[in-house]
Design a protein. Structure first.
Length: 190
C-alpha cells in the first residue's frame, strides 16, 4: 500500500512540471505527434496551452479516450495505432514528435525512431522523455529503462542530428532531443 502511494505521488508530482517543460520546448511546433499518449493528457495540454494541432498515438492503453476528441476540439486527434506505422501522417508533415515515458514499453524502437523521422519536416524535432536505467522509477516499478548513452546512440543511429541527452529532475528523468536533418540545398540556389 505504501509503495503504491509512493509510486503515484512520484509520478503525479513530476508529470505537470514535465508537461510544462515539454510545452516550452515545443512551443513553436504547429503540428505535434505524441507517441504512446495513453489517456491523451499531454495531447490536451499542448493543444490548450499552446494552440498546437496534436495527434496522440497509442496502441494499447486502457486509458485511451473512448470517443474521438477531434469532435470536441479540432486541434486534438487520438489514434489507436502502432507507433512504427504512422501511415495517417504524410512524409515531412509534422513539426515535432514527443515520446513521454513510453519508449521503453514499445517494441521495434529502431523502426519507431525511423518512422518518426519520416513524418518530421526537415529540421523537425523529436523529444524523448524517459526514466533512466537505475533510477528511482526503475526501483519502484521494476521496468527496464534505457541508459542516457544508449538512448543517444539510438537517436544517432536513426539518423537524427544535433542530438543531446541530459538528466533532469534530480537526475531521475532523461531529456533526449534530436532533429531531422535539413535538406541539402542544390548548388546555385538560395
Amino acid at each position: 500500500m505504501v509503495r503504491d502511494v509512493l509510486n503515484h505521488e512520484f509520478y503525479e508530482r513530476t508529470k505537470p512540471r514535465l508537461h510544462q517543460r515539454i510545452g516550452r520546448e515545443l512551443r513553436l511546433a504547429g503540428r505535434v505527434v505524441d507517441l504512446g499518449c495513453g489517456a491523451c493528457e499531454l495531447v490536451r495540454y499542448l493543444a490548450q496551452a499552446y494552440g498546437q494541432h496534436v495527434t496522440g498515438v497509442d496502441i494499447s492503453s486502457a486509458d485511451f479516450p473512448k470517443r474521438p476528441r477531434a469532435s470536441r476540439n479540432a486541434r486534438i486527434r487520438c489514434v489507436r495505432k502502432d507507433a512504427a506505422q504512422l501511415d495517417f501522417a504524410a512524409e515531412e508533415s509534422v513539426d515535432a514528435v514527443v515520446v513521454l515515458w513510453a519508449l521503453h514499453e514499445m517494441k521495434h524502437t529502431r523502426r519507431i525512431l525511423r518512422e518518426a523521422k519520416r513524418v518530421l519536416r526537415p529540421g523537425g524535432e523529436i523529444l524523448i522523455v524517459e526514466f533512466p536505467r537505475d533510477s528511482l522509477a526503475q526501483r519502484l516499478w521494476g521496468e527496464d529503462y534505457y541508459g542516457p548513452e544508449e538512448l543517444g546512440a539510438m537517436l544517432d543511429n536513426a539518423g537524427y542530428q544535433e542530438t543531446t541527452v541530459r538528466l533532469i529532475e534530480r537526475r531521475q528523468v532523461i531529456w533526449a532531443r534530436g532533429f531531422r536533418p535539413e535538406r541539402l540545398r542544390k548548388r546555385g540556389t538560395a
